[in-house]
Design a protein around this ligand. Sequence first.
Ligand SMILES: [Zn+2]
Length: 492
Amino acid sequence: MRIAIASILQESNTFSPVYTRYDDFSPVFGREAFDRHQGKLTEMGGFIEVLKKQGVEIIPVCAAWAITANRLLKPDFQKLVDCFVQFLSAAPVDGLLLAMHGAQTAAGEDDVEGHVLSIARKVLGPDKPIVLTLDLHANITRKMVALSTAIVGYKTYPHVDMFETGEKAAGIIVRTLKGELQPKMAFAKLPLIIAAENSQTHRGQMHKLRQMGDELEHTGKVESISLFPTQPWMDIDEMGTSVVAVTNGNAKAARKQANAMAKRLWNARKIFDPKLTSVEDAIDEALKTEGGPIVLAESSDSTGSGSPGDSTGVLKHLVKAPLAEPAAIFLVDPAAVSIAFESGVGSTVTMRIGGAFDKKNSKPVKVTGYVKMLSDGRWTARARGYNTGIVTSMGRSVVLEVGNVYVLIAERSAMTVDPELFRSHGIDPAWCKIVVVKSPNGFRAAYEPIAKKCFVVDTPGVSTANLKNLKWKRIARPIYPLDLDTPDPVLQ
Ligand SMILES: [Zn+2]
């Protein structure tokens, strides 16, 4: 048995001022793709683990991951797809395991996953299994369901089960090829966007629904049931929350379970409405609280949600706050990094920082700071969950001390859900009074265990929880919560 494995992952935010390029994926092909993920807690890591145990010959195609931003530019998209085809066509295979996000767009293409699947189908033909893993924030399309044999999504948010999702998909494809499993898939789509801030799976409503899904899997009613509350910031036609169910040979049962779970999600929709705190109130609360750290989650500037990470919405208040203990914040601003590098370690600089990309939502803040550290911006994710073991390259970086505020400024965007971001630059969140993360919920996996309190703060930005503040043009209406009176959907 010979199975190809590939990953092309990016979440899109079609409101972001930053577009995506080929190099943002740091793509590698063939053996290098295998080496990047072997032994790592990623989907590809899970594929490799299971396939090796099963004695399957693995044909690595590619490994590509980019941080969330706006659409991939057209020539760059073509280049990525061409390389994928070249390596997928290199050897005949019995099936394909493909890890994608599920909410990726490119110039002129709202459904990159659907497009990649159509190309993979051309190479593999109509009958060989293709099992697709997706992020919980995938926006499922009819094309994805039609062209794949089975779809398996992350069960967790914060996402801490990338590896397990890969293992599960690999199990499905191996059993399918052995003739033990005949995947039948159904999906139900809702006119619903669920806010990222209040849809964690370790407690609350999403946790309850996920437990119901797990029960269906454990009792064998389904092979897999995935809940996809979607990425909230995509202005495309075929947008909305979905449920995908896969059964062994029973299309009717798959339809029944997908619809039943979708109905539960729909009925619970109001529970997911997020609760935000003003920055001033959150800082006041932090200063009143004994010990720390107090985490301020600036979800409107979430780097994992397509914001550029350049907001001064929290920063402008933080540098004025009467802090007796340190605070830490991450910021993307290439020009500020250049100034600090020219100035050198140990120097004091006065400059304007922030508001580098999203000029509509943030104005730069003038600060005077001490250049504590200059670095190459390379660090390895260590917290259990998001891309654990994978190296992040955020370009040249600087730690600027502005009073008691440690501002970690990078040339390029990075995920902020792992405290290792700060630790790798000499800042331990554990001894900070306030830590600012640019994340709606993903930060909770690593930060809740060490945080005294967490507040999701309300600032403007392209990944705001206030979805009505964004200029929607193409999304099919009505859709909740943009249209609060959206009628109950009629499921197939
Ligand atoms: Zn996600």
